[in-house]
Design a protein around this ligand. Sequence first.
Ligand SMILES: C[S@@+](CC[C@H](N)C(=O)[O-])C[C@H]1O[C@@H](n2cnc3c(N)ncnc32)[C@H](O)[C@@H]1O
Length: 247
Amino acid sequence: MQDDPDQTADTDDRHPSGAPWRNFYGRFRGKTIRASQQDYLENDLDALSPGPVGWDVNPDRKALDPAAIFGGKPVWLEIGFGGGEHLIGMAQRYPEVGIVGCEPFINGVAMLLGKIRRAGVANLAVHPGDARDLFDVLPDGCVHKAFLNYPDPWFKNRHHRRRFVTQEHLIPLFRVLAPGAEFRVATDIPDYVRQTLAEVPKAGFVLETPLPTGMAEPWDDWVRTRYEQKALREGRYPHYLTFRKPG
Ligand SMILES: C[S@@+](CC[C@H](N)C(=O)[O-])C[C@H]1O[C@@H](n2cnc3c(N)ncnc32)[C@H](O)[C@@H]1O
């Protein structure tokens, strides 16, 4: 049964190590990693750690101290940063904030690390893994803004439950956000907009974007990502949604 991910997605089995049985349907690694990227991963990644997040290094799920990560700066979070275009752009624009990015796809992490070297920003931390593992170890109300840009679309109806905008992800996200915090979602998939509008408020968030026209307007500080560029090339339209955790 565990060979069929669809059969296990909604179970609450526990891994023998004590970790929840968290299915992940994306990719952890591409076919090749360039030598320069391997160098970034070997030499830069550890120093950017937000602290012990993984079950292997933090089996008791001891909470991180977010104030210690960035010396007391407000903390923002980007989920699934891909190649890191938006993450690095926001870090450059807002040096007074510290941003934690999480991304399980190691090639994307390596791309971000290259950008960090070139940009020389000092207000980023990187969790090279699943956002759910990070949520486990973040205290309540410690994140002041969160970004979800072009989450994996999972087009088939029976795969919609794999989407990030499901309660499995949204409830812990809501918990770690501070009262009044903003949660931004960008997607080019109309059915993803539908599910986002249905599921995100169920977790407690309030929609701020005026529908339907507001969805077409990017945020003033928006940084276009690789997936947005791809969407535009292929004739799909971006949708931008802003939610807020009530203050
Ligand atoms: C379609 S890509 C978009 C990447 C980037 N945000 C962009 O706009 O170019 C979605 C990304 O989300 C990541 N992802 C999927 N599930 C995740 C999870 N549970 N936690 C963190 N990232 C996740 C994937 O690895 C992938 O890189």
